[in-house]
Design a protein around this ligand. Structure first.
Ligand code: PMT
Length: 411
């Protein structure tokens, strides 16, 4: 499985003779399944044309900070939020210096400043420039800030010298970018994730359901797989395809979902309930299609089983994570839910508002656990899910380590 598959990548190109290699890089990124948007500095356009990059990326190339046409396609702030990763390849000495200073004097620098996505730079320059204390100082500061440096490599340089400063070969760049999504934090773990809505049948053609699209749960399943877990996704009816490397079971009703979860929960290390499970189902669904009547219709509802609480009550329970979908008093309600369902972690989101929660592409989560909480700010659901999975994995490992230490001490 390529960890780049389905990822949104902004490829920044700066002024360097190595810019021709970005043409190969964009092709390879797309072959790996990534969607690529190219942003070029003015200097970069002297080395390779935006038209070439447009043809290879299949998307308009962004070159200027103030560009009505490009803004109409995708504004620069939108681009900063869209990206799962920004990679600047080649990155010139001047660009590294501007990055350190936090300049926003062209589109690429402004994007790097505005984004919350991880940033990788692939330096390419003359050996003297690379080894200069100013550049080395800049590189050290970028590393401290969490910017990933890929290369440079040693070899013949365009200026005729030999030394360190060559842009890393694109195959290696690709591999290291892919690896940056593979945290390995959950390798060896079995994870069950629920996602999407349930449908509670009224009769053979009608049902009660909700607005869940499955995007949040599918993103969690994908992030867990990227973290190395063996993931089973139990999903209500949605229009999404299963993430790569994730086994999926499709179900309809809350009852079906409970059955599927309980059949597979044995030996599972983590359970994440992102599904919007109906709290009520129809007491006696009609066998035949209900006929229209002259008077109003009353339908009796009964409670569905609480799948999450059921898993948390198992004697050998997995590390159990629930979601809380709230329209008000988010924190109070989420904390109550965590306690009443005996959850290790609860990820709370505001719903019923445009642009977040149900069916939106972005979300914001407030995660609560015993004695602590963390806010994961608004971001595309895929990126948010990666952060959530990192947080879950940290707590899961801490608990496991604490148990192992306790077992050793009492042996
Ligand atoms: O699917 P999307 O369009 O991307 O939207 C994402 C989301 C808003 C659906 C998701 O982020 C979310 O909040 N999921 C939980 C929705 C929900 O049902 O919340 P709740 O507060 O009603 O339930 C609390 C928890 O109990 C949830 O983990 C739920 O999966 C679980 N539950 C609820 C009822 C039930 N019968 N069984 C359960 O397991």
């Amino acid at each position: 499985m390529s960890y780049l598959s389905g990822k949104n990548i902004v490829l920044g190109i700066t002024g360097s003779i190595a810019a021709y290699k970005s043409a190969e890089l964009v092709r390879e990124l797309r072959e790996a399944g990534a969607e690529v948007r190219v942003v070029m500095t003015e200097a970069a356009t002297s080395f390779i044309t935006p038209l070439t990059m447009q043809a290879l990326s299949g998307k308009p190339v962004h070159t200027r900070l103030v560009d009505d046409e490009a803004e109409a396609v995708m504004g620069h702030i939108q681009l900063a939020r869209w990206a799962d990763l920004i990679v600047v390849a080649p990155a010139s000495a001047d660009f590294l210096a501007r990055l350190v200073q936090g300049r926003a004097n062209d589109l690429l620098a402004a994007l790097c400043l505005a984004t919350s996505a991880p940033l990788a730079v692939v330096p390419a320059m003359n050996t003297g420039m690379w080894e200069h204390p100013a550049t080395q100082d800049n590189v050290a500061r970028l590393r401290q800030r969490g910017v990933r440096l890929l290369g440079p490599a040693e070899g013949d340089l365009a200026c005729g010298e030999y030394g360190t400063g060559r842009m890393l070969e694109t195959g290696l760049v690709l591999q290291q970018l892919g690896d940056s999504f593979d945290t390995g934090q959950l390798s060896g773990c079995r994870v069950v994730v629920t996602a999407g809505p349930t449908r509670e049948p009224i009769d053979p053609v009608r049902y009660i359901s909700n607005r869940s699209s499955g995007k949040m749960g599918y993103a969690v399943a994908q992030a867990a797989a990227e973290a190395g877990a063996d993931v089973l996704l139990i999903s209500g009816p949605v229009a999404l395809t299963a993430p790569q490397g994730v086994k999926r079971i499709l179900v309809e009703s809350a009852g079906d979902m409970q059955e599927a979860v309980m059949a597979d929960i044995d030996g599972c290390d983590l359970f994440v309930a992102a599904a919007a499970v109906a709290d009520y189902t129809i007491d006696r669904p009609a066998v035949q299609k209900l006929k229209k009547r002259a008077r109003d219709l009353q339908i009796a509802l009964k409670r569905t089983p609480d799948i999450l609480a059921g898993v948390a009550a198992l004697p050998d329970r997995p590390f159990t994570v629930g979601f809380a979908a709230e329209t008000e008093d988010l924190e109070v309600n989420a904390r109550k839910k965590r306690l009443s369902k005996s959850l290790d972690l609860v990820a709370a989101n505001l719903v019923g508002q445009p642009g977040t929660g149900f069916d939106a592409d972005e979300n914001r989560l407030h995660v609560f656990w015993e004695g602590g909480s963390r806010l994961l700010p608004t971001a595309p659901k895929q990126r948010l899910a990666r952060e959530l999975v990192r947080l879950i994995a940290d707590h899961y490992h801490n608990r496991r380590n604490a148990r192992e230490t306790h077992a050793k001490d009492s042996a």
